[in-house]
Design a protein around this ligand. Structure first.
Ligand code: GLY
Ligand code: MN
Length: 484
């Protein structure tokens, strides 16, 4: 005889459970409470964040789900990472946050009461803890119980199963964060019912995250510091990678090892591009060999355990020394990046650093005879012809997401003004495609990006990734020292 399987995420090949085993499994487990003083890292800043969000939507119910598990195959899910807005509002970052939902419930004329709807620790009087492959404690690890989660976060907690009751009851005006609302739809039985109601909530949440507090800047610095170590690991691994038939994969693996060992992992899929692969902006196939005469573009960042991202790129000569033509192109990108960095200060427009970098690129391309109209004309007319060779914007906000605050409205981000505490990348590049007939042959197939992370300060900007070399000479000396 077997127990009913209702509600358990079991696999079809699981062995049946006898009543005797079920009864035995339900007995004699010692209590294992979490330490009573444990709090989420940075716990004192989350009430203020929730209050600022609530103040933007008085009288409205705000629903911010962590997101859902995604099946990788059959009974195996992809590794889960909670939505950054949920992380920013709760401090909860773990894989155990799948399906959880933060609700800001209108309370009083202006305020909100936060409530977390959670799946608590598997009870020991049912089958979940040892039979449920998706949520069982013996399969995926222990979750806090509701009282523990309330202590960790300082937020009232309710069982996830009770979310449906809330949503079936009296409905104040309600907004659900975009892209994460499946659990909420399950609870209401109205798939997609909330779609479209949430654009403004997503925008406000993005905009509230534009300026980082000092704790966040410290987390981002930690992400950068681990990233620097990962880049050093990669240089040390170059002799092995150069011998491997898929050296790009070797590089990816070396960086990702460091990212996983020191933090939650890589903040995005590592780009390891040798030679002309570097002309593909997001080359993540990483399936090529390393050509020792070419450049390696490594674009990689560590995500901390608190889920803050670094995003850094260096372009390295695999021989250890830039050839004259590689150096000429590298120096132009470096000059563009330096001009971009020099344009960062509070009050500058977000577009200013991009414009400063693009002026240098356009002038350089005109000097080389690649751009066949004067740079001034290309820039003044904004006809964009130089963009054939540089392709994308020169940077973006950085934070919990490596392309952070992406739902912000244009007047706060793309057309907005820089403020102290914003963290961003400056990353101009030259992508000289191998099949571009407008280019002299010796320039074809060169892809170069130099990307650093900076925090806007009262005076200008602080380079967070300055532990990595930027000039061609410093890159060569750094590589030589690591390869000694
Ligand atoms: N570092 C590449 C990007 O920001 O898309
Ligand atoms: Mn970037």
């Amino acid at each position: 005889m077997t127990l009913p399987q209702t509600g358990l995420n079991t696999g079809s090949h699981d062995l049946p459970v006898t009543p005797a085993l079920a009864a035995f499994m339900g007995t004699r487990w010692a209590p294992t409470p979490l330490p009573a003083d444990r709090r989420v890292p940075g716990h004192d800043r989350f009430p203020g964040r929730r209050a600022r969000l609530g103040a933007a939507f008085p009288g409205e119910r705000l629903i911010v789900p962590a997101g859902r598990l995604k099946v990788r195959c059959n009974d195996l899910d992809h590794r889960f990472r909670p939505h950054s807005a949920y992380v920013w509002l709760t401090g909860l970052t773990g894989e155990d946050q799948a399906d959880h939902v933060l609700v800001l419930e209108p309370a009083g004329p202006q305020g909100h009461e936060p409530v977390l709807y959670l799946r608590p620790r598997s009870p020991r009087d049912g089958g979940e803890f040892y039979r449920d492959r998706r949520y069982g404690e013996f399969w995926v690890g222990r979750r806090p119980d509701l009282a523990e989660a309330a202590r960790l976060t300082g937020v009232r907690t309710e069982h996830l199963d009770d979310l449906g009751k809330l949503l079936a009851g009296p409905q104040p005006p309600t907004r659900v964060l975009a892209g994460t609302d499946a659990r909420v739809d399950d609870a209401t039985g109205r798939p997609g019912a909330h779609a479209g109601a949430d654009g403004e909530l997503a925008a406000v949440l993005s905009e509230l995250r534009l300026v980082k507090d000092t704790w966040e800047v410290d987390q981002l610095q930690l992400a950068v510091d681990h990233t620097v170590t990962g880049f050093e690991d990669v240089v040390r691994a170059l002799p092995t990678a150069l011998r491997h038939h898929r050296g790009e994969r070797w590089i990816e693996g070396v960086f990702d090892l460091r990212a996983r060992a020191e933090g939650n992992g890589s903040a995005y899929t590592t780009i390891a591009a040798s030679g002309a692969h570097a002309c593909v902006l997001h080359w993540i196939r990483n399936d090529g060999p390393l050509d020792p005469d070419s450049l390696l573009l490594l674009d990689a960042g560590v995500e901390t355990d608190t889920l803050y991202a670094a995003d850094v790129t260096r372009t390295l000569p695999l021989s250890g020394t830039f050839t004259p033509v590689q150096r000429q192109a590298y120096d132009l990108v470096l000059a563009a990046q330096s001009a971009g960095i020099a344009a960062l200060r509070p009050g500058a427009r977000f577009r200013d650093f991009h414009r400063a970098a693009m002026r240098v690129i356009a002038e350089g391309l005109a000097d080389w005879g690649v751009l066949r109209i004067p740079a001034e004309q290309a820039l003044a007319d904004d006809n964009g012809l130089y963009r054939r060779y540089t392709l994308c914007g020169s940077g973006h906000m950085l934070g919990l997401d490596y392309h952070d605050c992406a739902r912000s409205r244009a007047d706060r981000y793309l057309d907005g003004v820089l403020e102290e505490g914003m963290v961003l990348t400056v990353e101009p590049g030259l992508y000289l495609q191998p099949d571009d007939e407008t280019l002299p042959v010796e320039l074809r197939g060169l892809g170069i990006r130099i990307e650093d992370d900076l925090v806007i300060t009262a005076e200008g900007a602080r380079l967070m990734s300055g532990a990595l070399p930027r000039t061609a000479g410093d890159v060569e000396a750094w590589m030589a020292a690591l390869l000694e």
